[in-house]
Design a protein around this ligand. Structure first.
Ligand SMILES: C[S@@+](CC[C@H](N)C(=O)[O-])C[C@H]1O[C@@H](n2cnc3c(N)ncnc32)[C@H](O)[C@@H]1O
Length: 238
C-alpha cells in the first residue's frame, strides 16, 4: 500500500483529485481515455505506445501516474513475476491500489503516494532501469514545462546511468507545433477550466519540453503525435 498515508501533504505543489481518479472512473478509464479520447481527440496511436512499453520496460521499472495500469498489465513481462519489480508513484491513492491489484501475480509492486512536483521523490535515487510517465505532465500545474522542472529532475535522479525514461504528454492548445483537431481543442478548453484540476497544459509547448529534456539527458528523442509529444531519454546528466 502507499508509503505515506496522508491524502494531502502541505509540501506538495499539486493537489490530488480523488473524485476524478476514483475506483469507478479507473474501471472505465480504458474505454473513455485510452480508446475514445486517444482515437477521436488526441489521435494517439495506442499501438505505438504499446511498442514503447514492449521495447523499454525493464525488470526494475517505475511507473509514474499509472491510473488503471493498462499498459503495464498488457505489456510482455520483462521477467518472471518474482523477478519483475515495479514501483508505482501517484498523488492519488486509488490508482496506486488499482495498479497493485491489477499487477499482482505479474510483478512485485511497491507504491509511493507522492506529487511529482514535490522534491525529493521518496528515496528512489538511481534505482530504475526504466521509467514511464505517460499522460501525466499535462495534468500537473504550471505555466509551462519550465514550471514543471521538478518532475524532470525527479526522472534524472531516479534513473540509473544506463536506464531509459519515456512518456507522452498532451501539448497546449496554443502550441504551434501540435496538431490539434476540434474535439481536442474543445476538450482541452473544458479540462483546463480553473478549479477543475484535470488538465494544466495551456502553456505547455514542444520547444520547452525539448529544452527541459536536453538540459538533463544526453540522448533525447521527442516527436509529435498529433496532440501529444512522445519522448524517450537516456543518459541522465547529474
Ligand atoms: C491521465 S492519467 C495517466 C494514466 C496512464 N499513465 C496513461 O498513460 O494514460 C494521470 C495519472 O497521473 C496521476 N497524477 C496526476 N497528477 C499527479 C502528480 N502531481 N503527481 C503524481 N501523479 C499524478 C493521476 O492520479 C493519474 O494516475
Amino acid at each position: 500500500m502507499p508509503e505515506n498515508t496522508p491524502r494531502t501533504d502541505a509540501s506538495w505543489v499539486s493537489s490530488p483529485n480523488p473524485t476524478l481518479y476514483s475506483p469507478r472512473n479507473l474501471a472505465r478509464y480504458k474505454r473513455l481515455v485510452g480508446e475514445l479520447s486517444h482515437t477521436y481527440a488526441w489521435r494517439i496511436d495506442n499501438t505505438a505506445l504499446a511498442g514503447l512499453y514492449a521495447e523499454h520496460v525493464s525488470a526494475r521499472h517505475l511507473e509514474i501516474g499509472p491510473a488503471d495500469a493498462e499498459m503495464l498489465a498488457t505489456t510482455p513481462p520483462p521477467a518472471p513475476p518474482e523477478q519483475w519489480r515495479v514501483d508505482v508513484l501517484d498523488i492519488n491513492t486509488a490508482p496506486l491500489a488499482h495498479a497493485q491489484q491489477r499487477l499482482s501475480g505479474r510483478a512485485q509492486v511497491t507504491a509511493h503516494l507522492h506529487d511529482i512536483l514535490a522534491a525529493p521523490w521518496p528515496g528512489l535515487s538511481r534505482t530504475f532501469t526504466s521509467i514511464a510517465m505517460g499522460n501525466v505532465l499535462h495534468c500537473v500545474p504550471g505555466a509551462g514545462f519550465t514550471a514543471k522542472a521538478t518532475a524532470f529532475n525527479g526522472l534524472v535522479d531516479a534513473l540509473t546511468d544506463d536506464g531509459v525514461a519515456f512518456g507522452y504528454t498532451l501539448l497546449g492548445a496554443g502550441d504551434p507545433d501540435a496538431d490539434h483537431n476540434l474535439p481536442a481543442r474543445l476538450l482541452m478548453r473544458a479540462y483546463n477550466k480553473p478549479g477543475r484540476n484535470t488538465f494544466h497544459n495551456r502553456g505547455d509547448r514542444l520547444v520547452d519540453l525539448e529544452r527541459q529534456l536536453n538540459l538533463r539527458f544526453a540522448q533525447v528523442d521527442v516527436r509529435v503525435m498529433h496532440s501529444a509529444a512522445v519522448f524517450v531519454v537516456r543518459g541522465p546528466i547529474r
